[in-house]
Design a protein. Structure first.
Length: 125
């Protein structure tokens, strides 16, 4: 399959691209030099930012510290309710969003990878 993302403001720090308006040709899931423009599916990214999947190297969406925060904020369960859809689970948001809600919100912002630096507390007596 061929895809052409057109007219986006592209950011790719590894390749020195810093907000240039350009097209991104993709074939079989990989960026290539060009695609046959007549056959390619086109996505108009005019006015949008196009960048490789975002990576958050330090977040807290799971683990004991966040789960404790969720227990201490029962009002979160009524202030920002996220309804179940055909493709998503239900959840809550506000100050300490549920794990699925956080994941969906990261996805909407373009993130593909997040790292939750879980710590393990070991007590020796």
């Amino acid at each position: 399959m061929e895809l052409l993302i057109k007219n986006g403001f592209v950011y790719d720090p590894i390749n020195g691209v810093n907000g240039e308006k350009m097209d991104i040709p993709i074939k079989d899931g990989k960026i290539v030099e060009s695609v046959h423009e007549q056959r390619a599916k086109k996505i108009d990214a005019s006015g949008l930012i196009v960048f490789p999947g975002g990576v958050d190297i330090h977040c807290h969406i799971a683990g004991a510290e966040v789960n404790t925060g969720r227990l201490m904020r029962p009002e979160d369960h009524i202030k920002d309710v996220v309804r179940k859809t055909a493709i998503t689970r239900s959840g809550v948001g506000y100050s300490v969003p549920s794990t699925f809600t956080t994941g969906y919100r990261y996805s909407c912002m373009g993130y593909t990878t997040i790292m939750n630096p879980a710590r393990r507390l070991v007590v020796c007596s």
